[in-house]
Design a protein around this ligand. Structure first.
Ligand SMILES: Cc1cc2nc3c(=O)[nH]c(=O)nc-3n(C[C@H](O)[C@H](O)[C@H](O)COP(=O)(O)OP(=O)(O)OC[C@H]3O[C@@H](n4cnc5c(N)ncnc54)[C@H](O)[C@@H]3O)c2cc1C
Length: 290
């Protein structure tokens, strides 16, 4: 039995590489000052879908909502084995909170047709809410299992997983259609495959086409791989503009405060037996070890 799978992925600013210029004066994130990367746990989500496709067959559609340059995470998905990729990009989507984001994603998923499994990352490293997956499942009125560490088995249209809970894990079973949010404990995501990089390195979304010259455009008409990234707007997915972007977002940011974490007291330990002895004594006295 083969499976129709959707993977939701987000392009995020690399919060591991924050510099002083990463925040604007008004306290919002200066996205242009940070490298944009594939949300790490979304790579884990894609990897789970790829493993299922390899074992049982099926199709993987990767969807992202974001600005035109979010097409990069879709290229990265094609390099790893996604079959179809969709960029949801529209001025009407700007300023979306998690409710408006999940509304648009759910509408797009419905447009793709029948599906068995939806994979999300557990959490995005910028927004950090972990709400988008569960809200999308609610809007689609399907089952969801969050914090999935391991897929234990799949039998016909039923799946058993291990999900992490405080202090341990639980085993949960569900029928399809089903949305899973995947943690970084689940797998080590594969790197891009060289053959696929060669096939899709020139894949662009229609929104990126202005960057290319006439020669490129005429060439790409001959190569379907280059036209692989579909672009959908609110009209393509029949979304109500009042439920999209800022107008569909009840969350209001009241105040943003920059928290500066001061370095605690620093002690230099001499690189000698005596220095190590002193350190061990201090750690034991303070009941940190021992
Ligand atoms: C008032 C308000 C205005 C905002 N305006 C903007 C804005 O203008 N631009 C902006 O970038 N952000 C904006 N945000 C942030 C935005 O709401 C969140 O980034 C977004 O809803 C996702 O939430 P999250 O980052 O917490 O994702 P999480 O809920 O932590 O993500 C969980 C998983 O859901 C999936 N997912 C999340 N987001 C997407 C996506 N966009 N496409 C596909 N899959 C996804 C991924 O699988 C991800 O791992 C705004 C937030 C608020 C409250």
């Amino acid at each position: 039995m083969s499976y129709q799978m959707i993977v939701l992925v987000k392009q995020v600013p690399d919060t591991q590489n924050i510099t002083a210029q990463a925040m604007k004066e008004d306290g919002t994130v200066n996205r242009s000052a940070l490298p944009a990367i594939y949300n790490p746990e979304d790579l884990n989500a894609l990897e789970e879908a790829l493993k299922i496709k390899e074992k049982y067959g099926g199709k993987i559609t990767v969807i992202t909502m974001g600005p035109p340059n979010a097409a990069e995470v879709l290229r990265q998905s094609l390099y790893r084995g996604a079959d179809e990729v969709v960029l949801l990009s529209d001025r009407k989507f700007a300023g979306a909170d998690t409710l408006a984001t999940s509304y648009v994603l759910a509408k797009a998923i419905k447009k793709t047709g029948d599906f068995d499994l939806i994979f999300c990352g557990r959490q995005a490293i910028d927004g950090d809410t972990a709400q988008v997956g569960p809200q999308t499942a609610e809007k689609l009125k399907i089952n969801q299992i969050t914090f999935v560490d391991k897929i234990l088995s799949i039998k016909d249209k039923e799946l058993t997983v291990e999900r992490s809970i405080e202090g341990g894990y639980e085993v949960v079973k569900s029928s399809f259609p089903l949305l899973l949010t995947i943690t970084d404990e689940s797998n080590i995501p594969r790197p891009p495959a060289v053959k696929k990089v060669l096939t899709y390195k020139n894949a662009v979304s229609p929104l990126e086409l202005d960057n290319y010259d006439d020669e490129y455009l005429s060439n790409q008409n001959n190569n379907p791989s280059n036209l692989k990234i579909q672009h959908w707007t609110h009209e393509s997915i029949d979304a109500k503009t009042v439920q999209c972007g800022l107008s569909g977002s009840p969350t209001k940011v009241k105040k943003i405060e920059s928290v500066i974490l001061e370095a605690p007291e620093i002690k230099n330990i001499a690189n000698s037996d005596e220095g190590i002895k002193t350190l061990l004594k201090e750690l034991t006295d303070e009941h940190i070890i021992g």
